[in-house]
Design a protein around this ligand. Structure first.
Ligand code: ADP
Length: 627
């Protein structure tokens, strides 16, 4: 008896979007359903390794696509793992993935097209059936079970589960193809006819040619003659086994789209063949854009692992370091054992060796791209630089190599590499200066840069959260220390100290610094006459470890302990406002509290922080201006 059930609310939303989105290429559903069928066969084969009772079910895998023109149906059938009732509810009735909300938002924004790319990235492949169908039926039996189940939905928010008809393990997904609307205008291109064998054949060739199981296409009522040989539509070729020179770019791009579910071509491909102690081949790709799950714990990171041409697993995180998780591709090992598990891979020496070789190859490729193709590298950096920088923290051995791959924003308004930074240092500079914070424009205008700018010393503006972490880990590049310009004890290169002789000592004589410190109390560690400010009246610097206010908040929100902040206020003895306050401070009725609060607020603003009490601060400024 059919039981009616509701989709979980996210699933309902995704389904609705799937039905109502505009696709630049609606063919994706064919690729997604074939890919699910192929995964199901893989799963059964792998499961049967540890469950011998399934050996009978795990026959030669095959995928059958059947067209029934009269009934207007298209069926994708596999002899894979199949699903039981519970699987149907949890796999086809719910979406339990992080980032679902972002996906839904991105889909809503992609109204004008581009939804295709999002579907593959997020992995809601099954629901794509509703692009072409107004009803989907899944008839399935789980390997090892004797009971078949039928799942059916018109995509309207509910589905039914009933007894199924299948007699062997696997799934048959039947799409009841929508009637294409009558062409009102001859010029207007009508929707594709997904019941045409020719159309299907060309879609399969284009997007699923690399599927490792044979895909057979047949039409009901057009049974072939006895002597006619059954020919799969796909070539099943393992591209990476061919010599590099024999692989055409077009094939590489097709293969990339097949494994990544991306809709665009990759930015770069990397071919690698290792011989010697460990023998393997790899075909890797750098995508053209960030996948949506790049920053999710449960994201699909890593490459596919094959062992002697047999598929072993998807998303093999063990073969690629975390900071290269945007890399897609295939690794095929000659040496690993076919029944290898993830746990074994984690401890395996050979895996570590493959990982190390691949990392080297990828970083070499990036270094070459950086040298030879500026524009391409700029695009790469913009897309994946923030992930690559994580490696500076985690991969000690390649730290300097990774720093060399970085592209930094300089306070001179230009982009620079660390090598160029060093070459362009003025005489007398022997440190790499940087400033951290959350907004580039804020950093660019920071008063702490003034004295550096004046001396022609470039300062790296580090505005990604990860920057502050790696720079505190790396400490130096080559023989050059990384030095924060926010540090209290930062020494300006060369003749920095001379500056103090230049000012007339008025401010110092007035004892203003001491008066401000008294007024501010524990808000600041100290107040000092500055040697680094040129135009601005005031700024904060830090004693001890430099941690930006933004990072401080971040650590606190994570419940982590942060060393207590030791803020020192520096005042500029050449600045007109400071001079004025200094002379005020020698008068009887000097309002130390008010002037100190003003300076404190100004320094906060310069750091990109809000002032503690905005209303009070505005009032104060108004009052002081009036005077
Ligand atoms: P994904 O394949 O990315 O996990 P899908 O939405 O395509 O997402 O599929 C959801 C789940 O439904 C799959 O993970 C799988 O467990 C199950 N499934 C889909 N198609 C099949 C099939 N033909 N045979 C067995 N299980 C399937």
């Amino acid at each position: 008896m059919a039981e009616k059930m509701e989709f979980q609310s996210e699933a309902k939303q995704v389904l609705e979007l799937m039905i109502n989105s505009v696709y630049s290429n609606p063919d994706i559903f064919v690729r997604e359903l074939i890919s699910n069928a192929s995964d199901a066969i893989d799963k059964l084969r792998i499961e049967s390794l540890s469950r011998p009772e399934l050996a009978g079910a795990a026959k030669e895998g095959r995928i059958d696509i059947t067209v029934d023109k009269e009934a207007r149906t298209l069926t994708f059938s596999d002899n894979g793992i199949g699903m039981n009732r519970e699987d149907l509810v949890s796999f086809l009735g719910t979406i339990a993935k992080s980032g679902t909300a972002e996906f839904i938002r991105a889909m809503q924004e992609a109204k004008g097209g581009g939804a295709d790319g999002l579907i593959g990235q997020f992995g809601v492949g099954f629901y794509s059936a509703f692009i072409a169908a107004d009803k989907v039926t899944v008839d399935t039996m789980k390997a090892g079970d004797a009971k078949a189940w039928k799942w059916e939905s018109t995509g309207d928010g509910t589905y039914t589960i009933d007894d199924g008809e299948r007699t062997a393990n696997g799934s048959s997904v039947t799409l009841h193809i929508k009637e294409t609307e009558e062409k009102k205008d001859e010029e207007e291109s009508a929707g594709k006819d997904y019941l045409s064998e020719w159309t299907l054949r060309s879609i399969i060739k284009e997007y699923s040619d690399f599927v490792t199981y044979p895909i057979y296409l047949s039409e009901k009522g057009k049974e072939k003659k006895d002597d006619e040989k059954e020919e799969p539509v796909n070539s099943m070729k393992a591209l990476w086994t061919r010599p590099q020179k024999d692989i055409r770019d077009e094939e590489l791009n097709d293969f990339y789209r097949h494994i990544s579910h991306d809709w665009e071509d990759p930015m770069e491909h990397i071919y690698y063949k290792a011989e010697g102690t460990s023998e393997f081949r790899a075909l890797l790709f750098i995508p053209n854009r960030q996948p949506m799950d790049l920053f999710y714990q449960d994201g699909r990171h890593g490459v596919q692992l094959y062992i002697r041409r047999v598929f072993i697993m998807n998303d093999c995180k063990e073969l690629i370091p975390q900071y290269l998780r945007f890399i897609k591709g295939v690794v095929d090992s000659e040496d690993l054992s076919l029944n290898v598990s993830r746990e074994m891979l984690q401890q395996d020496k050979m895996t570590a060796q493959i990982k190390s070789s691949l990392t080297k190859k990828i970083l070499d490729t990036l270094a070459k791209m950086k040298k030879d193709d500026n524009e391409k590298y700029a695009k790469f950096w913009q897309t994946f630089g923030v992930v690559l920088k994580e490696g500076i923290i985690s991969d000690l051995r390649r730290r300097e190599e990774l720093i060399r791959l970085c592209v930094f924003e300089g306070s001179d308004g230009k982009k620079t590499s660390v090598e160029d930074y060093i070459i362009n240092m003025p005489a007398g500079q022997d440190k790499i200066y940087y400033i951290t914070g959350s907004s580039l424009s804020n950093l660019q205008n920071s008063p702490k840069l003034e004295a550096f700018k004046k001396r022609g010393v470039n300062v790296l503006l580090l505005s990604d959260p990860v920057d502050e972490i790696w720079v505190n880990h790396a400490l130096k590049y080559d023989k050059y220390d990384f030095v924060s310009v926010s540090a209290e004890d930062v020494k300006l290169p060369e003749d920095a100290e001379k500056k103090e002789e230049k000012n007339d000592g008025e401010v110092e004589k007035s004892g203003l610094a001491k008066k401000i410190k008294e007024a501010l109390g524990s808000l600041v560690e100290d107040v000092k006459i500055s040697g680094r400010l040129v135009d601005s009246p005031v700024c904060f610097v830090q004693k001890g470890e430099v941690i930006s206010p933004q990072m401080r908040n971040f650590f606190k929100s994570m419940g982590q302990e942060v060393p207590e902040e030791k803020r020192v206020m520096e005042i500029n003895p050449d600045n007109a406002l400071i001079k004025r306050i200094a002379s005020e401070s020698e008068k009887e009725d000097f309002k130390a509290e008010e002037w100190s609060s003003l300076l404190y607020g100004l320094a906060s603003i310069a750091d990109g922080e809000p002032v503690a009490d905005g209303r009070k601060f505005t009032e104060l400024v108004g009052r002081l201006l009036e005077k």
